[in-house]
Write a protein that binds this ligand. Structure first.
Ligand SMILES: O=C(O)c1ccccc1NCC(=O)[C@H](O)[C@H](O)COP(=O)(O)O
Length: 259
């Protein structure tokens, strides 16, 4: 079993249990359910840097990144820094995140928020909306073409934007459809955890121009972004590079000021 298979196996158990504990009608009663969402697409289209900054305490590849910060400060710092959006990892077992992190981020900033989660059930999309997300992530490697279609259409009906994540050409070919807004290429090989910007460069030409292109993982300096922009990338998802510091907001600000 590779890491993604392990995460998904655990996620299926977690979601089955949650569905019994909190029925969907309760999620739909959240005060956040009717809020106007904020567009990450628009922010990326109007930004010279295109940074989406992530809240990430730990990960399968790095174990502990930072357990000393609170989401409230991180979200406020990211907003002040001028990033386009914030990604909040909500998986508990592998990343130390939670839906409460999403809620706290929502209460502390007006950035578009991406729920970074391993979505395998439309129930998690309702959760995303109920806890204040503006964008959901769909990972092509763990979903069928039919699931990508039904989950992305379900999200669009809730006025959430959809970021589809791919690792290779086959995932991309099966997934391209009009109900997606952004396509993210993940530079991390999930079998070896190695990161290579070459993945983004290679896949860029297969992504149709109507989708915003985002490069994800392993971005640690402005030079990487300068290398990727000529391949059409407008968004850059950065986690560890900011979160490993004492003040992720300040690190993001320093990063952006180099453009
Ligand atoms: O980060 C991991 O180790 C990881 C392992 C397995 C599945 C997903 C994983 N990461 C999720 C992400 O996509 C990254 O957190 C995100 O792209 C930011 O990456 P980085 O800037 O390298 O922290």
């Amino acid at each position: 079993m590779d890491i993604l298979e392990k995460i998904v196996a655990d996620k299926r158990l977690e979601v089955a249990l949650k569905k019994q504990l909190i029925p969907t009608f309760q999620l739909e009663q959240s005060v956040l359910f009717e809020r106007e969402t904020i567009s990450l697409v628009k922010n990326l289209q109007n930004s010279p840097s295109g940074i989406i900054a992530e809240h990430k305490r730990r990960s399968p590849s790095k174990q502990v990144i930072n357990h000393n910060l609170n989401v409230f400060d991180v979200a406020q710092g990211y907003e002040k820094s001028g990033v386009c959006g914030m990604s909040v990892l909500t998986d508990g077992k592998y990343f130390g995140g939670s839906l409460d992190d999403l809620l706290l981020a929502r209460s502390s900033c007006n950035l578009p928020l991406l729920r970074k989660e391993f979505i395998i059930d439309s129930y998690q999309i309702l959760e995303a909306k109920a806890y204040g997300a503006d964008v959901i992530l769909l990972i092509a490697a763990i979903l069928t073409q039919e699931e990508i279609k039904s989950f992305s259409e379900f999200a669009k009906n809730l006025r959430l934007e959809v970021l589809l994540e791919v690792h290779n050409e086959a995932e991309l070919q099966k997934s391209i459809m009009p109900s997606l807004d952004m396509i993210g290429v993940n530079n991390r090989n999930l079998k070896t955890f190695e990161v290579s910007l070459q993945t983004s460069k290679t896949l860029s030409s297969y992504i149709p121009n109507e989708f915003i292109k985002i490069s994800e993982s392993g971005i640690s300096n402005v030079e990487a972004i300068k290398e990727l922009k000529p391949f059409g990338y407008q968004g850059f998802l950065i986690g560890e590079n900011f979160m490993k510091t004492d003040n992720p907001g300040e690190s993001a600000n320093h990063f952006i000021n180099q453009f």
